[in-house]
Design a protein around this ligand. Structure first.
Ligand code: SF4
Length: 351
């Protein structure tokens, strides 16, 4: 019943306002219309949050709620607290266990420079490309490259060839409930595996250049490896002692590996507590649709449109706010709920 819903919404807003008494209802509404306080004139979110590149997971978070992404930058301590409490930690240990299973001889180094850290990743990646080519299953495979003019980074959970010779990209997700996710949650997962495929395919199809890698990541080609890493590179038989030489070698390996594009995208859901399989989903890939979606998300980062939060009037979406650590202080949500009341009152008057 409309009247009851309105009364409940009004009660909820009054509760929120009581928790922030320093702002009156009028100030809150005028200050927060269209989440204007979350954007800065003349600065795109890329500039404001000092982003040279984006991660695939960042885009998936964005598909959940753009206002939450902004709050994550403005109040990072809340985000850290949420991650500690949430399933992320359990999920990470399940991922790590799987990675060690595939690579029991994992090595660790104390790295001195950013170039050393990235070099170690490239060395591992070079080995993984050869492993994949030789028919092995590889885990935690880094992917990167330029999509729609922005440099992206990501890490694929699993890549392997199935019995039919198809290359399968699998993403592992942990679930606190023993059921497959709600469509609003799987939307981000579909986006994630689709973007991984675009990045992987462009890497093996030779789109990656030396300039892309060095420029976007702001790395120095003449930086020599630290002593431990030099010994490791020799052990692997890599013809490189500087970061630039390693990039050249890696691009050579990539360009001549003849790896095929990914044929299948799979999401595997694991129950957190029991570790048992909840279910798998095969994801359809539509490049034109995915790129259009990606351009829509990038328009936010480029400051070409206002950030969009959850549609609080839509029952399929509104529940997201109840899981959000910014729920009580979220200006977007409060102003949208206010609009619902105002519209509802108008509607009641005209009815
Ligand atoms: Fe987004 Fe809702 Fe969280 Fe606000 S409360 S940041 S609208 S999820």
């Amino acid at each position: 019943d409309d009247g009851q819903t309105l009364a409940k919404t009004e009660e909820m807003i009054n509760g929120l306002i009581k928790k922030r008494p320093h702002l009156s209802r009028f100030e809150r509404l005028s200050k927060n219309r269209s989440a204007a306080c979350l954007t800065v004139p003349d600065q795109t979110p890329m500039e404001r949050f000092n982003k040279r590149h984006l991660s695939v997971t960042q885009l998936c978070e964005q598909s959940w709620c753009e206002i939450k992404v902004i709050y994550g930058f403005l109040q990072p301590h809340v985000k850290r607290r949420e991650m500690k409490k949430s399933a992320v930690i359990t999920g990470s240990s399940i991922h790590l266990a799987r990675e060690l299973e595939a690579n029991p001889d994992a090595v660790t180094f104390v790295v001195q420079t950013r170039e050393d850290r990235e070099a170690l990743k490239l060395m591992k990646l070079t080995q993984m490309v050869s492993g994949l080519k030789a028919g092995q299953l590889v885990r935690e495979f880094p992917v990167f490259g330029v999509l729609e003019g922005v440099f992206f980074l990501g890490v694929v959970d699993e890549l392997y060839h199935n019995e039919s010779g198809e290359l399968v990209l699998k993403e592992l997700k942990t679930r606190s409930h023993n059921s497959l996710p709600h469509p609003a949650q799987s939307k981000g997962h579909f986006l994630q595996v689709g973007l991984y495929k675009l990045l992987f395919d462009s890497m093996v199809q030779g789109s990656m250049t030396r300039l892309n890698l060095l420029q976007y990541l702001k790395l120095q080609p003449h930086q020599a490896f630290g002593s431990e890493l030099q010994i490791y590179a020799q052990k692997l038989g890599l013809p490189a002692v500087t970061f630039g030489e390693l990039v050249d070698h890696f691009l050579n390996v990539l360009n001549f590996c003849n790896l095929q594009a990914v044929n299948k995208l799979t999401l595997e859901y694991i129950h957190q507590r029991s570790g048992s399989l909840v279910g798998s989903i095969e994801v359809e890939f539509n490049e034109a649709q995915l790129r259009a979606e990606l351009r829509g998300y990038l328009a936010f980062w480029r400051g070409q449109r206002e950030p969009q939060g959850v549609d609080v009037e839509n029952i399929e979406e509104a529940w997201k706010c109840s899981m959000c650590p910014y729920e009580e202080s979220c200006d977007w949500r409060t102003s949208k709920l206010q609009e619902v009341i105002v519209d509802g009152n108008k509607k009641t008057r005209f009815d």
